[in-house]
Ligand binder design. Structure first.
Ligand code: 4AD
Ligand code: MG
Length: 441
């Protein structure tokens, strides 16, 4: 048995229709919309790969079939057999002249109608909202970006390693840890970043990347924060801050070009102004020091911004608006950066960290650094940050046995997608978002 063959025809994906002009094909999917006019029904079909119009003419099908097609409700499941007609104006470039409609199931009245729903209603129906055209387009772009991520690192000789989700300690500060009861009254924390394990793996394999879900108990209810998000984190031995920045710009520009090459239809569906995205497909990306970035903030009118503080969203927007592509801000005040960052040998007050800020107000998409490779200094930092030394003994071992200069970064997948897709809120860039007040469905 197979569900892929019906009436002797193997199913065709809607995205492949335009290449099959003149052929009789089977399409299996769901009804997106129905319009009727006299002896014609226009069925808008979706199958996940695209949307196509199937035209049912009363003269081409038995009367019962014509009548049943006219009673189909939104999201009813159906198979359609028809002949492909190329039509430049049609979505996907082709239409079907239907010779058979096979109804698989009739949908109950669909809760997501054509009218505008509020974000809360949509999020509570996220399991259905995913079927809408824009949401499906975002998910396809997400898939494209994930494949580009893996392809990029594979080509560059980075090995994929997986870091644990249950961890014994913090990586990115203790205020955003989710704790989970672990056996015998121990506490585990959901991983905030795979970086520390990436560092261990880089000492074993040279160049690696970690790619998985990360968790932050962010109490902030902003459009840029999720409590569960995906991060890809390359880490490489014998890399300094400049190597990290070069890798980051090559990487991000590749992700953008892949989407521009392969998902233009979806960008159109999202009404993305691709002219604004195109410059980011080329390198180099501008690099400015934190000190110069503060000058840009002041020049943009935020004259009260104090040197030494972390940037808020308006400050990132002010910096980003000076450039047509993402900008890398490097050499940060050490006091506001993580314990593992190496100090600038030319100025001990600065950390060799870098943030990449996307254009058009999308904010930070990458955070990275050259790591502290001196065991004595690293121990000092752990104490300064009041982190439990015992939990980091294994991490200190990496400096005891063959310590080398090394570095890496983390790119937030959903932040990057929000920018590439031009969507306002991160919550649309992950299939099932987790936020401060949202864990259903
Ligand atoms: O800047 P962050 O905190 O850096 C790290 O975690 C490093 N350990 C990474 C590394 O060097 N291996 O986070 C990296 C990126 C941010 O730039 C942002 O894109 C994303 O992760 N991010 C979030 N995305 C969604 N929701 C949140 N709450 C996020 N917090 C960080
Ligand atoms: Mg950061």
């Amino acid at each position: 048995m197979t569900q892929q063959v019906f009436d002797g025809l193997r199913a065709t994906s809607i995205r492949d229709l335009s290449a099959k002009a003149g052929e009789t094909v089977l399409v299996q999917g769901w009804l997106y919309n129905l319009r009727s006019k006299g002896k014609l029904h226009f069925l808008l079909l979706r199958d996940g790969t695209g949307i196509a119009q199937a035209v049912v003419f009363a003269g081409n099908v038995p009367p019962e079939m014509f009548e049943a097609a006219g009673r189909l409700t939104q999201e009813s499941a159906l198979r359609v057999i028809g002949t492909v007609r190329r039509d430049e104006r049609a979505p996907g470039g082709a239409e079907l002249d239907v010779s058979k409609v096979d109804i698989v199931s009739i949908a109950e009245p669909y809760p997501l109608g054509k009218k505008d729903h509020g974000p809360d209603f949509l999020l509570s129906h996220r399991h259905l909202w995913l079927r809408s055209r824009k949401q499906a387009a975002i998910l396809r772009i997400r898939d494209e970006v994930i494949r580009a991520i893996r392809g990029f690192f594979h080509e560059r000789g980075f090995y994929c390693v997986d870091s644990p989700i249950f961890t014994p300690s913090a990586c990115e500060g203790t205020t955003t840890l989710f704790s989970v009861p672990y056996f015998d009254e121990q506490t585990a924390y959901l991983s905030q970043s795979g970086q520390l394990y990436g560092e261990a793996s880089a000492m074993a394999l040279g160049k690696v990347y970690v790619f998985g879900p990360t968790f932050r108990a962010e109490k902030s209810k902003t459009r840029r924060h999720l409590t569960e998000f995906w991060m890809v984190e390359p880490e490489a031995a014998y890399y300094d801050l400049d190597d990290v920045m070069s890798l980051a710009e090559d990487f991000v520009s590749r992700l953008v070009s892949r989407v521009l090459e392969n998902r233009m239809e979806d960008l159109k569906e999202l009404e993305r102004d691709v002219k604004k995205l195109e410059p980011a497909a080329s390198t180099p990306y501008p690099r400015v020091t934190y000190t110069d970035a503060v000058k840009l903030i002041h020049a943009a009118g935020h004259t009260d911004f104090p040197f030494g503080e972390d940037f808020g969203a308006p400050h990132e927007t002010a910096i980003g608006s000076n450039f047509d592509r993402p900008v890398m801000v490097h050499r940060w005040p050490a006091a506001i950066k993580a314990f593992y960052m190496k100090r600038d040998p030319l100025d001990q007050a600065l950390a060799l960290g870098v943030d990449m800020i996307a254009s058009e107000g999308y904010g930070e998409i990458v955070g990275g650094a050259q790591r502290e490779d001196d065991i004595r200094l690293l121990e000092e930092r752990i104490k300064e940050h009041q982190l439990p030394m015992e939990a980091f003994e294994w991490f200190l071992d990496l400096r005891r046995y063959g310590s080398v200069p090394h570095g890496g970064f983390g790119l937030g997948l959903e932040r990057t997608l929000a920018w590439i897709c031009g969507v306002e809120h991160l919550r649309e860039c992950i299939p099932f978002p987790r936020m401060l007040y949202r864990i259903y469905p």
